[in-house]
Design a protein around this ligand. Structure first.
Ligand SMILES: Nc1ncnc2c1ncn2[C@@H]1O[C@H](COP(=O)(O)OP(=O)(O)OP(=O)(O)O)[C@@H](O)[C@H]1O
Ligand SMILES: [Mg+2]
Length: 156
């Protein structure tokens, strides 16, 4: 299922979209972020952190696979596949992180998600595209989360 696209005029708009996502997405959500270098993925995750009520500054994980933030409405798990080699990405299923482990279901956000080989049963994909100095988001995903997206962006 594909929903309409959204125009993000500047980095503040990307951040505000992230805030809405952070305020709205239900626990157990896998959010897949796609887009070239500098497309605005981390900016969006920083907005999500603010929307969840996380005070820490969010930066992409470098020394760990996943950065966890537990102080918000639901836990945020931030994964960035950019620096992983293909053997590390092979078979990776981020949505399994909270299944069978002592990990509370939260919001799993994956940068460079185009590198994943397998898609979860439920996910929302936001593909950030350059539009001159601005960005556009193309949305796809499973119907459950596309419905959430439609509601949360109705008056964006
Ligand atoms: N809608 C937008 N319009 C214009 N600039 C934006 C927009 N959203 C984010 N930016 C800017 O794009 C730059 C890169 O953003 P960011 O680091 O979030 O990208 P990224 O996709 O995470 O990059 P990387 O692939 O290196 O991880 C930042 O300077 C940010 O302010
Ligand atoms: Mg980034």
């Amino acid at each position: 299922m594909t929903s309409p696209t959204l125009f993000l005029a500047n980095a503040d708009a990307t951040h505000r979209l992230g805030v809405q996502l952070g305020q709205t997405l239900p626990p157990g959500t896998t959010l897949l972020l796609q887009g070239e270098l500098g497309a605005g993925k981390t900016t969006l995750v920083q907005g999500i952190g603010a929307g969840l009520g996380i005070g820490d500054r969010i930066v992409s994980p470098t020394f760990t696979l996943i950065n966890e933030y537990d102080e918000g409405r639901i836990p945020l798990y931030h994964l960035d596949l950019y620096r992983l080699d293909s053997s590390e990405v092979q078979g990776l299923q981020p949505q399994l992180y909270w299944e069978g482990w002592e990990v509370e279901p939260g919001l799993m956000v994956v940068e460079w998600a185009e590198r994943l080989r397998e898609l979860p049963d439920s996910y929302l994909t936001l593909h950030l595209l350059y539009r001159d100095e601005a960005r556009q988001v193309q949305v796809s995903g499973t119907p459950d989360l596309c419905a959430v997206w439609t509601r949360l962006t109705a008056d964006f």
